[in-house]
Design a protein around this ligand. Structure first.
Ligand code: UD1
Length: 417
């Protein structure tokens, strides 16, 4: 298992390129199951394990998926299977997104129920209720869910919570169902807008993606398309927060500030100077951050995926900050590891109170999940001395070549194989 060794306490300085959005690439790659014609998805973070897992998922279902640099080409090899393998679903929960397109095309799909994970239970009831509203029947069998619907029907589906995955699964299914499907209380994340743009290229007509009401005019036959994935706002946000914690001046290229408004507003309140233009964002930080409390919410609120990184920044604030997690039930695993570096955090239920300290000190620590790992990396960059992070495979799920990118900003990060 790889480890990262970080010599912290050095200000960051340099230009870092941002990759394509993992969370947009996943549903888009899976949506290629809707068509037998070739698709090319560009600007994919193809070095990430989750993208490789998605390629394996597509191949296990009968597609040919080829990685060419930052692009993935997906082609037909004949007929598709309608059963997603458990060993892939257990590695990547987003595999459940294959249910929508397969059910819509073939009237039957079998997917393992994804189990819980480090950040909580994560049920898929909203996805399933949505399919039922479109006429599917479900039976549970030996840990799998079987969905059947000789023909899904269009209609109005109202979600009890704006789940990102459920919105994507239903949009993708609806794209292959002739007629008009309306999804109410839909998630509004930029990744949903990107999926909507892709489905429209395939021949469906998607309007309102990025708002709470998404309308999909589906088609029985969809065709191939070429698409370029949006920049990864969570990767960009992580690097901005890292620069605020370690101080210095960092410029991100290939980034979209419009997708990070809540985060940039919070960063400015800490005392950072943030500038942006078309395709770039720059952050300068010259002082100890002021405490800024945040509460995670569905987009356009403060993203839950940047909650842990934000907590890492607040451990260094000049005062007390409250961090409230409202999206996931158990997402404070990083607090105890940060405490090993000298952070003062009292977490209970969905609220953590962070008492900022003047400085953190390097320590051996362990990543428990993807974004918790990002938080540890940020703390390590700011801390005095050497930090060794183990279980780096969690970080590798969401950050491409993270040590190389940070090195471009002058960080001393080394990977031990
Ligand atoms: C996606 C992102 C993830 C991000 C999350 C919230 C991908 C691949 N992952 O995950 O990085 O943290 O959005 O922004 O895009 N829920 C239910 N029932 C359901 C579905 C969800 O109770 O059927 C709950 C979840 O347990 C969680 C909350 O709703 O507490 C949000 O989940 P959801 O928006 O679905 O997140 P994901 O799509 O899994």
């Amino acid at each position: 298992m790889d480890r990262l060794v970080i010599e912290g306490g050095r200000p960051l300085s340099g230009t870092v390129p941002v990759s394509g959005a993992k969370n947009a690439a996943l549903p888009i790659l899976i949506a290629t199951l809707l068509t037998d014609e070739p698709c090319v998805v560009e600007n994919c973070p193809t070095a990430l394990r989750d993208i490789r897992t998605t390629v394996r998922l597509l191949e296990s279902l009968g597609k040919r998926a080829t990685v060419e640099g930052a692009a993935v080409r997906v082609e037909s090899t004949g007929s598709l299977k309608t059963q997603a393998p458990y060993d892939i679903v257990k590695q990547m929960r987003a595999s459940v997104l294959a249910a929508g397109p397969l059910l819509a095309r073939f009237g039957l799909v079998r997917v393992p129920i994804p189990g819980g994970c480090a950040i909580g239970l994560r049920p898929i009831d909203i996805h399933l209720k949505g399919f039922e509203a479109m006429g599917a029947r479900r039976i549970a069998d030996q840990g799998d869910i079987i969905l059947s619907a000789p023909r899904l029907k269009p209609g109005v589906v109202k979600l009890r919570f704006p789940s990102v995955g459920a919105t994507e699964n239903l949009m993708t299914a609806a794209a292959a169902v002739p007629g008009r499907t309306v999804i109410r209380n839909a998630a509004r994340e930029p990744e949903i807008e990107d999926l909507g743009a892709f489905l429209t290229k395939l021949g469906a007509k998607v309007t309102g993606a990025g708002t709470a009401t998404v309308t999909v005019e589906g088609r029985a036959r969809l065709h191939g398309a070429r698409h370029k994935v949006i920049p990864d706002r969570i990767e960009a946000g992580t690097f901005l927060i890292a620069a605020a914690a370690a101080r210095g001046l960092v410029r991100l290229t290939g980034a979209d500030a419009g997708h990070l408004e809540a985060v940039i507003a919070a960063l400015r309140r800490t005392g950072a100077t943030v500038k942006s233009g078309r395709g770039w964002i720059e952050l300068r930080m010259e002082r100890r951050p002021k405490p800024v409390s945040v509460r995670t919410e569905p987009y356009p609120g403060f993203p839950t995926d940047l909650q842990a990184p934000w907590m890492a920044l607040m451990t260094l604030a000049a005062g007390f900050a409250k961090v409230r997690e409202t999206v996931f039930e158990n997402r404070f695993m990083h607090a105890a590891e940060l405490a090993r570096m000298g952070a003062q955090i009292a977490a209970s239920g969905g609220t953590a109170v962070v008492a900022g300290v003047e400085r953190l000190s390097g320590a051996p620590i362990m990543a428990s999940d993807l974004r918790a790992g990002a938080a540890l990396l940020i703390a390590a960059l700011a801390a005095k001395g050497r930090t060794v992070i183990s279980r780096v495979y969690h970080i590798d799920r969401g950050y491409e070549a993270v040590e190389k990118k940070l090195a471009r900003a002058g960080a001393r990060v080394e990977r031990l194989k």
